[in-house]
Structures are given as structure tokens and as C-alpha cells.
Design a protein. Structure first.
Lengths: 191, 208
């Protein structure tokens, strides 16, 4: 074991080497403790870089979003007047009578098959749906071109429509008479 | 003339015991080597310190560089965040509107348009076949037709029409299997009455 005097003598004799050793140990300790900051900062940098790239990509992808949103909003604005409401029975049936008058056919039977309760059930089973199909059942009589005109006006008309079931039959066996079109149709509406 | 006295060799000298005690304290005597040991120790210590200092400096440089990069990203984030937030909100609104339009498109295109079917069947109908009726359901389309002509020829016309229906690309969009269900003779007219069944494709038949 080295005494204090011997230690002092050793330091005095190797001043430079001792100073370098002390400095080295100090620097090594500082580097060791600050080394943790390196990993932490790298993690922060990675996180910032990911967020920064995500935001930049958002802006890049949103370059034409204003125009696209305006176009979609304009299209969506046109949807509302084309929807039917289940509780507006008279207006809904009037739509079919107008088609009848325009095409020269005869509606021998017409009824709305959907009601508030059935729409409520449908909405419950399809909670994400924005619209509901409103069902109608009808029979139309007329000549073949008139029936075809009726169908075309119905399928491409004011309201969004689709035929769920349809049958076309000729009334007379000698093919001289009118045709009858039986149709189960759905119009798109709101509850 | 060479001296007769011969010089003693080094080996001989070292074997001789010292002629008096050696009282020198080597530890306290000055280092008389050409390059002193202290020089090597100091150079080694300085080199070690320099290496550690370099390591420390490099690490500090890396830390500073990381901080600068973090600051640069942070500035970009601060600059882009408000417009990005606005863009995200706009995109959500766009998605919402687009989903409504998509829902309508799905509603309209989930079933074949009956008027288009009638036109398609009318345009491709052979001269010796007349459609008596048709019935469209979830499962498919039932088509009833009368065939003109003698029975032995009429059945051939019915088969030809079946092949024609199967080859129709527009009908193939909706129907996957087209079969001749029955052939009967109408006792009143004497004509053959045939019934075709066009089965709806499974993915199209499911109600949406």
C-alpha cells in the first residue's frame, strides 16, 4: 500500500501522465453518461422524422383536395332532392302516377310496401347506411313500347330506383292485346 | 611486438566478484537512458487522453447533429401541422360524401335494369322465336318463349337460341348458368313453348 507521501511523490514525479489519466477518466465518464442521450435523441429524431414525413405526405396528397371535395359536395347536394321519404306516401305514389300519365300506360295496382316500422328495422340492421330502400309494388298495363318507356323513365328518373322483381306477360294468347308488367321496385330514400 | 599480457575477456570480468560493495541506490539515481522512460509514459498518457477526447468530441458532434436534425424536423412539423390538420378534416368530409355516393352507386348497380334486359333480349331475338313472358327474381330470370315452325325444326331453333343466350356477353355480366328448363307443345297453337332459366351470379344475387 502506497503512503500519502509516496503517492504525492509519484504524482509530483509524473505530473503530466497523472493529469492525462485524470482527464481521460473524466472524459470517459462524461462520454459514458452522455452516450445515453445519443440513443434518446436518435429515438426522438426517428419519431419526428416519421411525423414530419406523414404531414408532408398529407399535404402532397391534399394538393387537389379542395377541388375534389367541391366536386363531391356538389354531387352530394344533388342527391338530397332525389331521395324519397317513407312518410310522404302521397308524394311517393304521385311519382308513379306521373310516369303513368307521361307514358300512356295504366297502373292497375300500386302500393308502397315499406312503412316507418320496416324502415326502422332496416336501419337497425344496417346502422352504417346513409339511405334506406323504400319498397313499392305495382302492376302496369300497356303496349310493349309504352311499358318499356315506363320502365326506362322509372329506372333513370328523378329518384334512384332498382327493380327487385319483375315479370312481363302478355294478356291475350293471340299477342294482340296489351302487356302487363308486375314490378317490385325500390326507391332510395331517407328514414 | 605484441604484448605478452593478455586482456581479460568480459566474461572473465563478470565472473569476478566486485572488489568492494555497491552502495548505489538505483531508484534515486537519475535516468541516464538516451530516451527517458518518463517520455514514453507521458506520450502514452497524452495519446490515450487524445483518443478519449476525440471519442468524446465525436460523440458530442453526433449529439449536436441529432439536435439540429430534430430542430429542423420540428420546424417543418410546426409549419405543416395546421394545413395538414385542415387537409385531414377535408379528407374525412370527402370520404363521408364519397361513401354516400358509393352507397347510391351500389344500390343502383346491384340489380340489372329490367329495361336494358328487355332491350337486349328484343335485339337478339331470332325471327322464329317470340317471348311470351319473363320473370325476374333474386335467383334468376325465367324466360318463356314460343317457337315457330314444325316441331322437328323448332326444337333445333330452341337449342340454337340457348347457345345464343349463353354467348351473349351482356347477359353474362349478370347470369352465370343458362339452361333450357322445359319444352312443351301448346295444344291450341301447336307451337313449341320453351322455358329458359338464367341463374343470377352469386355475387350479384346477394341483396345490397
Amino acid at each position: 500500500m502506497m503512503s500519502n507521501e509516496e503517492l504525492f511523490a509519484f504524482v509530483k514525479k509524473n505530473r503530466l501522465a497523472v493529469a492525462c489519466g485524470v482527464l481521460s477518466v473524466g472524459l470517459a465518464l462524461a462520454a459514458y453518461y452522455r452516450g445515453d442521450g445519443l440513443a434518446e435523441n436518435q429515438a426522438v429524431l426517428d419519431q419526428k422524422a416519421v411525423e414530419g414525413r406523414r404531414l408532408a405526405l398529407n399535404l402532397k396528397n391534399a394538393a387537389q383536395l379542395d377541388e375534389q371535395l367541391a366536386a363531391v359536395s356538389a354531387a352530394a347536394a344533388e342527391i338530397k332532392p332525389r331521395l324519397v321519404r317513407v312518410d310522404e306516401l302521397a308524394n311517393n305514389l304521385q311519382y308513379f302516377y306521373k310516369l303513368e300519365a307521361e307514358t300512356g300506360t295504366r297502373l292497375s295496382q300500386l302500393q308502397q310496401t315499406a312503412n316507418a316500422a320496416s324502415v326502422a328495422r332496416w336501419t337497425k340492421t344496417n346502422p352504417k347506411a346513409a339511405f334506406v330502400p323504400i319498397g313499392f309494388s305495382l302492376s302496369v298495363e300497356g303496349e310493349y313500347p309504352a311499358l318499356l318507356d315506363f320502365l326506362r323513365r322509372l329506372e333513370n328518373g328523378t329518384h334512384y330506383a332498382r327493380a327487385v322483381a319483375a315479370s312481363v306477360n302478355i294478356l291475350k294468347p293471340d299477342r294482340s292485346g296489351p302487356y302487363v308488367l308486375q314490378l317490385n321496385v325500390e326507391l332510395l330514400g331517407t328514414p | 611486438m605484441l604484448s605478452l599480457r593478455r586482456k581479460k575477456t568480459d566474461a572473465a570480468v563478470s565472473q569476478e566478484p566486485p572488489w568492494h560493495p555497491n552502495f548505489r541506490n538505483f531508484e534515486r539515481l537519475p535516468d541516464t537512458k538516451v530516451v527517458r522512460t518518463a517520455f514514453f509514459i507521458n506520450v502514452g498518457a497524452i495519446a490515450l487522453t487524445a483518443m478519449v477526447a476525440l471519442w468524446f468530441a465525436f460523440q458530442e458532434y453526433e449529439l449536436r447533429d441529432l439536435r439540429l436534425q430534430i430542430d429542423a424536423w420540428q420546424q417543418e412539423i410546426d409549419r405543416n401541422k395546421p394545413p395538414s390538420t385542415r387537409a385531414v378534416a377535408q379528407f374525412r368530409k370527402f370520404q363521408e360524401e364519397a361513401s354516400r355516393i358509393q352507397e347510391i352507386n351500389t344500390f343502383v348497380t346491384a340489380r340489372p335494369a329490367v329495361s336494358d334486359l328487355l332491350v337486349q333480349l328484343g335485339q337478339t331475338l331470332p325471327a322464329n322465336i317470340a317471348i311470351d313472358g319473363l320473370e325476374l327474381r333474386d335467383t334468376g330470370l325465367r324466360l318463356i318463349a314460343s317457337v315457330r315452325g314444325a316441331p322437328e325444326l323448332a326444337s333445333g331453333h330452341a337449342s340454337t337460341y340457348l347457345a345464343q343466350l349463353r354467348a351473349n356477353a351482356r347477359l353474362a355480366e349478370w347470369f352465370e348458368q343458362i339452361e333450357l328448363q322445359s319444352i312443351n307443345r301448346n295444344q291450341q297453337t301447336g307451337r313449341l313453348v320453351v322455358e329458359y332459366l338464367l341463374k343470377t351470379k352469386k355475387e350479384k344475387g346477394a341483396k345490397k
